[in-house]
Design a protein around this ligand. Structure first.
Ligand code: TMP
Ligand code: MG
Length: 317
């Protein structure tokens, strides 16, 4: 019979503990009171696996409205890309009123925790289709979009500059996957001076005629709950994202979780969900679905800390 010899194990354990401390980077931001995690150890293990693989293996996929942009500021809602179009330079009062009525009808359905994504889907198609038809009737002028963005209260989340700068410095591609309006989204990015070459966008783009007047929307409609279809159909065309098996995904809707479905042969996916609204009703489903849930957190602090950790691998130095 073999007897235990603890004096052998103690030094081994100590060396392992020191090794763990040296190779792991702690993320104090995960201790913020706004952070909820179903399984903290899994989150840490995933981050460390992504860190070991380095920035060269990473891609970031993010939603735009209410994920990269703030949900609210000083108690007022920050406009989504669609809502930025609510400007008399672009649409008349009657159209604005109809869009607001549609928002009041369909947004509660979008965030309703008692309905499944499948149940919400036809309502989302109705909402987006009706809004896009209204916008087309208005004959929106392309050359007025920049001014409308300027006059709006559009705001990216606090810490956004660090986020975009870090991704650019580390040459990590960022795919922004938005059911908003692509032309408006691009203009918001441009005016915040973060529309860098590593940024790729999938969204609903306006189709203007030769005189610069809106006549249709291009391609297949993207709404909150069909991002999987878009992810699969665009995957082959996004060459910059290929060969990067680790994904950091950011979203504010459960529908955003399908944005990485086009990534073939992924190794690690870490998902961060912003829970902005209907917090008590949706908390459980968000904690079940996202790895990290941020409750009413208007900052990019946690995403920046995770990113700093993943891209601080010795391999990159
Ligand atoms: P996202 O995919 O970038 O988050 O954009 C979709 C959001 O846009 C979604 O949460 C609902 C919102 N939205 C409006 O605010 N107004 C509208 O008219 C429409 C159709 C969508
Ligand atoms: Mg969103």
């Amino acid at each position: 019979m073999v007897h235990h010899v603890p004096w052998i194990y103690t030094p081994v354990r100590t060396v392992l503990a020191i090794w763990n401390q040296l190779t792991k980077t702690e993320i104090p931001e995960l201790a913020k009171s706004s952070v909820l995690m179903r399984e903290r150890s899994r989150v840490e293990d995933t981050i460390h696996a992504m860190q070991r693989a380095g920035a060269g293996s990473l891609q970031v996929i993010s939603d735009f409205d209410m994920t990269l942009t703030r949900f609210a500021h000083n108690g007022r809602r920050v406009p989504t890309t669609h809502n930025i179009l609510d400007n008399r330079l672009l649409i008349d009062e009657d159209c604005a009123k109809k869009m607001r009525e549609l928002l009041n009808t369909y947004y509660p359905i979008e965030i309703d925790s008692s309905r499944t994504a499948e149940e919400k889907l036809p309502f989302m198609v109705e909402w987006w289709t009706e809004v896009h038809e209204l916008l087309i009737q208005q004959g929106i002028r392309k050359d007025m979009l920049a001014q409308a963005v300027q006059e709006s209260s559009a705001m990216l989340r606090d810490g956004y500059k660090l986020f975009f700068d870090r991704l650019t410095e580390q040459q990590v591609p960022l795919l922004i996957f938005s059911a908003g309006v692509g032309d408006v989204l691009e203009e918001v990015m441009r005016q915040h001076r973060v529309f860098y070459p590593n940024v790729h966008i999938i969204s609903n783009y306006m189709d203007f005629d030769q005189t610069g007047v809106l006549r249709a929307f291009k391609g297949q409609l993207i709404h909150t709950f069909n991002k999987r279809d878009g992810a699969l159909s665009h995957a082959a065309g996004l060459r910059a994202l290929q060969g990067r098996p680790n994904v950091l995904l950011l979203g504010d809707s459960l529908g955003d979780l399908t944005m990485a479905d086009g990534v073939s042969e992924h190794q690690n996916i870490l998902t961060i969900g912003f829970l902005n609204d209907q917090v008590e009703e949706r908390k459980e489903s968000y904690v079940d679905s996202f790895d990290i849930v941020l409750v009413r957190d208007e900052t990019m602090d946690v995403a920046n800390a995770v990113l700093r950790c993943i891209t601080s691998s010795r391999r990159n130095k």
